[in-house]
Design a protein around this ligand. Structure first.
Ligand code: SAH
Length: 346
């Protein structure tokens, strides 16, 4: 398949344009138009000859939205079709300050978390930087936004896939999303969620960006973590927490720990106490999320009372706790469910 123009950084676009014998300023015109959602044929300011030359070796479209579901609470879920007919999903959440888009970084996932529907069939392939970027561009355009008047204000890399298992493409995506000739997202408006690939947490810290880091912790100790997240066997929780400390110090950002509440697995009073002791004394946030039950496994969600009790114990230890508004429950909001339905039907 041809490389996609959206996978090019601004510098790479400049080099390409010059290499094709054109003036450098063409790079800005093309880059900006692409990031507004235009195809090459829609760029009337670009000479036809250049458009043709670009088309010889590059593709200018990455994906299309083939299905959309709107939840009663306004959350929208999209199914995107990639050029090779793979499908990925994304979610758009409206807040007072604007729209947050949740994007996928891989088709499928190979982390194998037991409660998650995304990884049931393993990893199909990594997404390119352009395919990650394309999800945002498509939705921003659909909302009537452009570069100056951006409708999507925040990005969370929390869709299907493990972003740190696709490190190079994700790092490139972060550079492209941040570029002032494009959508110009500030690092502080981007969050990356990982199941805890420790080596790459260090690598991410060393990029020198201020991306918000979210860790899918989901357990107070290694035993429970190993049971529900096989990937955790490659490092201990202590090593993971050490990497988090390094990240926080290096980037000056507060780490957020995601903790799914699963009945009879990780949600008891003892579990809360153990977690509280481990996390206290740091400037961390814990986000308690009730499990989104999926039919592919037997895990059950918790009562509000269990969640409130768990939160209270953490608060007693002076830990910042939030309980996530569960959005989009009626539209297959949990990871991977919409895509799975689509694939199984086909
Ligand atoms: N691989 C990354 C990001 C994708 S998953 C990570 O693990 O963080 C995004 C979040 O949804 C993760 O915290 C994941 O653990 C959580 N998740 C997966 N399945 C879920 C379910 N059934 N209910 C609630 N949250 C779920």
């Amino acid at each position: 398949m041809k490389e996609n123009l959206l996978s090019l950084t601004y510098k790479e676009m400049e080099d390409l344009v010059v290499q094709l014998g054109e003036k450098k300023y063409r790079a800005e015109q093309i880059f900006s138009s692409l990031h507004m959602g235009k195809t090459l044929d829609e760029m009337t300011n670009i000479p036809k000859a250049l458009v043709e030359k670009l088309k010889e070796n590059y593709d200018d479209e990455v994906l299309e939205i083939i299905k959309e579901q709107v939840s009663l609470d306004g959350t929208r879920k999209f199914l995107y079709k990639l050029r090779d007919d793979n499908v990925i999903e994304g979610v758009l959440m409206g807040y007072k300050f604007g729209y947050t888009i949740c994007v996928s970084t891989q088709v499928g996932c190979r982390m194998g978390c037991k409660f998650c529907a995304s990884g049931l069939d393993g990893l199909v392939r990594n997404l390119t930087a352009g395919e990650i970027m394309g999800q945002i561009i498509k939705v921003n355009q659909m909302l009537g936004g452009d570069l100056k008047n951006r409708k999507v204000t925040n990005i969370v890399l929390m869709g299907s896939g493990e972003p740190l298992d696709n490190f190079d493409n994700v790092a490139k995506f972060l550079e492209i999303a941040n570029d002032k000739h494009g959508l110009n997202f500030s690092d502080r408006n981007i969050s990356l969620s990982t199941c805890g690939l420790v080596k790459n947490i260090y690598k991410l810290a060393d990029l020198g960006r201020q991306i918000n880091l979210c860790i899918s912790l989901h357990a107070p100790n290694d035993d429970i973590r190993h049971r529900i997240m096989p990937v955790s066997k490659s490092c201990t929780m202590d090593e993971l927490l050490k990497a988090c400390e390094y990240y926080a110090k290096k980037t000056n950002r507060r780490i957020l720990f995601e903790y799914i509440m699963i009945k009879n697995v990780n949600s008891s009073r003892e579990n809360a106490l153990e977690l509280a002791k481990k996390l206290s004394g740091h400037n961390y946030i814990v986000n308690l999320i009730n499990l989104n039950e999926v039919k592919e496994n037997d895990f059950k969600s918790c009562s509000q009372e269990t969640i409130d009790n768990f939160a209270r114990i953490l608060k007693d230890y002076k830990i910042n706790v939030t309980t996530r508004r569960s959005l989009g429950k009626d539209i297959d909001g949990a990871c991977g469910q919409l895509r799975r339905k689509y694939i199984k039907k086909g």
